[in-house]
Structures are given as C-alpha cells and as structure tokens.
Design a protein around this ligand. Structure first.
Ligand code: THU
Length: 133
C-alpha cells in the first residue's frame, strides 16, 4: 500500500459518511502493519452527541477485527483547510494508535503530517492509571 492508495481509501470512505446534519463528510483510512487498510467515516445521529467521528469509526472497527498495530491514519475532508482530529479522537488515538503517523489530507490531496505526540501533548493515558509516569 503506497500513500496515494491510502489517501484514495480515505477519500472513498468520506463518500460513505452519514452526515445529514453537518454535511461535513470525513473519511479515514487506517493502515495496519501488514499493509491492509480499514476505512472509517463519521456517523451522525439526530441526538447530536452520539455522533462518531471517522477516526474513531476506523479505530473501533480495527479493534473489533482483532487488529492492534497501526502504521498510518489518513484523514480526508473535501476542503482546502486540513481537518485535525477532534479532542475525543485524539484521546482514542493516544490509547489505540500512539505510534501511528497521522496524515491530514485536503481537497487538493496535499498532506500535512503529524502524530499524536504533537496533537496531544501532556496526555492522560494508561501509564497515569498505573502511576508509571
Ligand atoms: N468529524 C470527524 O469525523 N472527524 C474529525 O476529525 C472532526 C469532526 C465529524 C463529526 C461530525 O459528524 C462532523 O465532522 C462535524 O463536526
């Protein structure tokens, strides 16, 4: 899987978004260590707070498939601005994919690279529960 293919998967996933309220369609593509890819899209609800973001959809689907080694997470929105993961997704990425490279992709297929250390400094995680920090 090269990066262009990963980005195409994120674009494809954005077309599956269920976003009748915001009309803000987000696609995610999570690449596993073996090169396979798990897609995710945002799934909204009339009870707005139940909305699930694209990133979490992909990560939860991956966990449900028994996967745990994640290499890259591409996030696409058909906008010129790059869309960074929301706070809830950052916390979940920190838990499940702390080593993944995060690729924010805009409508021109330009890529902004980041990772969870940059997006969520001074994070709270399992080490805090164990008093290991
Ligand atoms: N959304 C995502 O899916 N991922 C993000 O990183 C930011 C926000 C979704 C949630 C909601 O369905 C819509 O975008 C507008 O907030």
């Amino acid at each position: 899987m090269n990066e262009k293919e990963l980005i195409e998967k994120a674009i494809e996933a954005s077309k599956k978004a269920y976003a009748p309220y915001s009309k803000f369609c987000v696609g995610a593509a999570l690449e596993l260590e073996d090169g396979s890819v798990i897609p995710g899209c945002n799934v909204e609800n009339a009870s707005f707070g139940l909305t699930n973001c694209a990133e979490r959809t992909a990560l939860f689907a991956a966990i449900a498939q028994g996967q745990k080694n994640f290499k890259k997470l591409a996030v696409y929105v058909d906008r010129l601005d790059f869309t960074p993961p929301c706070g809830a997704c950052r916390q979940v990425i920190n838990e499940l994919a702390p080593n993944a490279e995060i690729l924010l992709v805009n409508s021109k297929k330009e890529v902004k690279r980041t990772d969870i250390k940059e997006l969520l400094p001074l994070s709270f995680g399992s080490a805090d529960l164990k008093g290991e920090k």
